[in-house]
Design a protein around this ligand. Structure first.
Ligand SMILES: C[S@@+](CC[C@H](N)C(=O)[O-])C[C@H]1O[C@@H](n2cnc3c(N)ncnc32)[C@H](O)[C@@H]1O
Length: 222
């Protein structure tokens, strides 16, 4: 994947690298992985819609996306979704207790409070997909449904079954040409079920080490 030319070409590769270095201070993604997120987001901004992040931790990747959108003069609305509360963290390696609690939640709030175009949903991805049709946000005195996204960053529950379910839930809300980036998609020992589930629509991937998959919403459904 090459770095895109943005219409408001105010942003340079050096700007992107500087923002990535800043975000890496409070993200558990590597700078390389964050650079991939940045590139995908800048491409996805060609499509209409808001931005959604599932799995926020201290707000590193969310902050990066907000900074990038400000830098290119295209301040979309960002919804982040994360339950915190020391929810048992499920991964293919087993359940981990006490990883994401009050410390991460308050750090996220500290990093993201200045952005008027950010809103946090304090729940799981499953809670979000249930609540979303009943939610709206106000913009220029008008209520708008939260039903169209240009970019979804999935970095929450990394079990293949959860990823597949949640990406399937998200896909109908992604606008044509919009992208879903799944971080750490290949945590299972038995092959790549996520890759198999979305093989007709995935357009790019990077691995090993930090595996990331990009799925594109094309015309007529997927
Ligand atoms: C790997 S961290 C996210 C890192 C963040 N994207 C960054 O780069 O800074 C995973 C996050 O997913 C959250 N999480 C776990 N299960 C979740 C679920 N079912 N729905 C949404 N978020 C979940 C955890 O609380 C944790 O904060």
């Amino acid at each position: 994947m090459t770095l895109p030319e943005t219409d408001s070409s105010e942003i340079t590769v050096q700007d992107i690298e500087r923002l990535v270095r800043g975000a890496a201070q409070h993200s558990d993604m590597t700078p390389d992985a964050l650079l991939y997120v940045a590139t995908a987001l800048l491409i996805a901004l060609r499509a209409p819609g808001d931005v959604l992040e599932i799995g926020t931790r201290e707000g590193g990747s969310a902050d990066l996306m907000l900074e990038l959108m400000e830098q290119v003069g295209d301040q979309r609305f960002l919804v982040t979704v994360d339950p915190y509360g020391d929810k048992i963290y499920e991964s293919a390696d087993g359940a981990v207790l006490g990883l994401y609690g009050d410390r991460q939640y308050t750090a996220m709030r500290e990093h993201l409070w200045p952005w008027p175009n950010h809103w946090h949903f304090l729940g799981t991805a499953e809670d979000w997909f249930q609540a979303r049709p009943h939610l709206q946000r106000w913009e220029n005195a008008v209520p708008r449904p939260l039903n169209r996204f240009c970019f979804v960053l999935h970095d929450g529950d990394h079990r293949a079954g959860s990823i597949i379910r949640e990406v399937r839930e998200a896909l109908p809300t992604v606008s044509t040409g919009g992208l879903i980036l799944v971080d750490n998609f290949d945590n299972e020992q038995n092959g790549d079920p996520v890759l198999e589930a979305f093989s007709p629509w995935h357009v790019a991937r990077r691995d090993p080490g930090a595996s990331q998959l990009i799925i594109r919403r094309g015309h007529g459904g997927h």
